[in-house]
Unconditional design. Structure first.
Length: 228
């Protein structure tokens, strides 16, 4: 009788050990799991070139070319103001040189500063009348595709969040962010106003009020002239 009990006990131990191993094998390694439920849906950021090609003209830019440059600068402002690269064809001659100079002047007039411009050469190969290429690098964000599969909100054997939890929020963030490059690195802070800082410190040390004078025109009052 005791031998039968030992056999049964050994079988139970083996079954329990096998079940535990199966459960451990089904679990995702801790190193690959997201820290929170909302981090299981990554936002993919891919680089893209925004470029326009302008035919060289010895007399400068045509109205259509000027309009194309203006539209590109508008997109450039929206996409984070990366360096604009002007690519001039090698062996382009006098027309290419004059076109590059006209493009630079037009970009300066549109508010692009010299530190945001880069002029380089490129090999056009055997193409005659190769264009001047103007463009900048920007980024596009793509969020997750939600709703592909659903799990019960009230039935969770592992006490984990629903499989779609956080997906819609992440997709909305990817669609609404103005500059997708912000997902890769933070923007540089705007330099502080040194003159204003000096003024505030001087008043503070003198025990004076450091805030600016209130604008009386900005005050709002309720009219007392109510009709009887």
């Amino acid at each position: 009788m005791s031998s039968n009990r030992l056999i049964i006990r050994s079988l139970l131990v083996l079954c329990l050990a096998g079940s535990a191993a199966a459960c451990a094998g089904d679990r995702e390694p801790a190193a690959t799991r997201a820290l929170t439920a909302t981090e299981q849906f990554p936002i993919r950021v891919t680089p893209h070139q925004d470029q326009i090609m302008l035919a060289p003209h010895g007399g400068g830019l045509s109205p259509a070319q000027s309009a194309a440059l203006s539209d590109m600068v508008d997109r450039w402002h929206d996409q984070g103001e990366a360096v604009i690269r002007i690519q001039s064809p090698k062996r382009g001659g006098e027309e290419a040189y004059r076109s590059v100079a006209a493009i630079q002047d037009a970009l300066y007039a549109l508010g692009v500063t010299p530190d945001k411009l880069d002029v380089v050469d490129y090999d056009p190969g055997a193409r005659p009348n190769a264009p001047v290429i103007v463009g900048f690098l920007h980024y596009e964000a793509k969020g997750p595709e939600c709703g592909r599969e659903w799990t019960g909100f009230s039935h969770s054997m592992n006490n984990e969040a629903n499989s779609n939890f956080g997906c819609a929020v992440t997709a909305n963030v990817a669609a609404q962010v103005d500059n997708a490059g912000d997902f890769l690195a933070p923007r540089q802070s705007t330099p502080g106003d040194a003159a204003r800082r000096t003024t505030v410190l001087t008043k503070y040390r003198a025990g004076e009020i450091t805030s600016t004078t209130q604008d009386q025109q900005a005050k709002g009052t309720v009219s007392t002239s109510v009709g009887q």
